[in-house]
Write a protein that binds this ligand. Structure first.
Ligand code: HEC
Length: 104
């Protein structure tokens, strides 16, 4: 009886830990997306990148998370003449990862 209970407790704990690992391993990497999507070609961040767009190291002091999310999803809603493409194909989680990266 006690052994069964212990086994059950250990198994439950193991499944819980596995869930946590999967959750964190699955977190998209903002730095990677910044490169993959070409943000880095136009923007520099902490001294690395292009100069067609504003330098983004201090963007967190100028803009709110919601504003940055909107800029990434639909840049033309802020400036119809912008050369920045809209990244509407990115998921909510991908954009959250980008924002977290820009605030790092
Ligand atoms: C073709 C060049 C280009 C690409 C690629 C690009 N941007 Fe931009 N971005 C700009 C320009 C230019 C602006 C200036 C605002 C405007 O044009 O309205 C800007 C503005 C921004 C701003 C607001 C900065 C501020 O201080 O107001 C953020 C945040 C931003 N971009 C993030 C990104 C992210 C994240 C990506 C990649 C997913 C990206 N940009 C890709 C050119 C680009």
């Amino acid at each position: 009886m006690t052994a069964t209970y212990k086994l059950f407790a250990v198994a439950t704990a193991a499944i819980f830990c596995l869930g946590l690992i999967v959750m964190f391993a699955d977190q998209p990497d903002g730095a990677e997306i910044f490169k993959r999507e070409g943000c880095i070609n136009c923007h520099s961040f902490k001294g690395v990148g292009g100069s067609a767009g504003p330098e983004l190291t201090a963007v967190k002091e100028r803009r709110t998370d919601a504003w940055i999310r909107q800029q990434i999803r639909d840049s033309r809603s802020h400036n119809p003449a912008t050369i920045m493409p809209s990244f509407s194909h990115l998921s909510h989680r991908d954009i959250s990862a980008l924002i977290a990266y820009l605030k790092s």
